[in-house]
Design a protein around this ligand. Structure first.
Ligand SMILES: [Zn+2]
Length: 269
């Protein structure tokens, strides 16, 4: 989690490789996976205007000195030197990384926006956009639709993040971040619900086996006045065919098989 960065457009949270970013940022792993172009080509001025870098929700201070969060500050500075000015934040502490630089901030869903006051507060705090919560329900969410709101219509929402490696628990041993070969494991609860526990540098991120999807509601969401939608492909290893399936679902307004709507219909209780 700590070493993760994503690019985002208004429509798609997509995935790029370690090699697509400058060598000094190659430690940023996780989401940076599958684009084959080199970063000089990708990072044209048009791309700079479109790419929004997403900082992790959980950021640990990895330094021992007097300065805090140097790891992230350096990373953000390097991106700004390359001309990037748009960042999506998932915690308020990340605002301190920018030292007053002229950047655009987007609030991601961990900065909860479940009522008009929270939307207004996020805007007052300097965020140009906010993200509606994937935990929200239909009725409540509609009150928050606006030209400044992003609505996630597809995502593998992390259910929780553990500071420990699953293998350290299951096998009572983990050889450490550099040697650990644990990738992911499917676990099941007493009700038969399946979850995927994934390794993120010997931390564990758990997502549901079923992705969250509101794709079949797009016509209703458009009718209700919402215009900006986001697809988040950050966590699962999506193949081109899987991505094609999601996009054809969007074009045809068909439901994604084996997905969940979260609280959208059953209500936020
Ligand atoms: Zn491990």
């Amino acid at each position: 989690m700590a070493d993760k960065i994503a690019k985002r457009s208004n429509l798609v949270n997509n995935i790029i490789t370690n090699q697509d970013v400058a060598p000094s940022t190659q430690r940023m792993r996780g989401l940076l996976r599958s684009c084959t172009q080199n970063y000089k080509h990708i990072f044209s001025s048009i791309a700079r205007d479109k790419i929004v870098f997403s900082l992790p929700a959980i950021m640990r201070d990895m330094g021992n000195g007097f300065e805090t969060y140097e790891y992230y500050k350096k990373f953000v500075q390097e991106l700004m030197v390359q001309g990037f000015r748009q960042f999506q934040l998932s915690n308020l502490g990340a605002m301190g990384l920018f030292k007053g630089a002229d950047v655009k901030w987007y609030a991601d869903y961990p900065l909860y926006c479940l009522n008009p006051l929270s939307a207004s507060k996020l805007r007052q705090s300097g965020f140009c956009r906010y993200t509606l919560s994937p935990e929200d329900d239909n009725e409540n969410m509609q009150m928050l639709f606006s030209a400044n709101a992003d609505l996630i219509i597809y995502q593998d929402t992390p259910l929780f993040t553990s500071e420990t490696c699953v293998w350290a628990n299951m096998k009572r041993t983990c050889p450490g971040m550099k040697q650990c070969s644990f990738k992911q494991v499917t676990v099941e609860n007493e009700f038969g619900d399946k979850f995927m526990a994934m390794n993120d540098r010997c931390k564990t991120v758990v997502i549901s086996d079923k992705p969250f999807s509101l794709i079949h509601y797009i016509p209703k969401l458009l009718d209700a006045g919402q215009r900006d939608f986001r697809i988040d492909l950050c966590w699962r290893d999506y193949t081109p065919d899987m991505i094609k399936g999601i996009f054809s679902g969007i074009q045809n307004r068909t439901a994604i098989k084996y997905s969940t709507m979260g609280n959208y219909e059953r209500g936020l209780k």
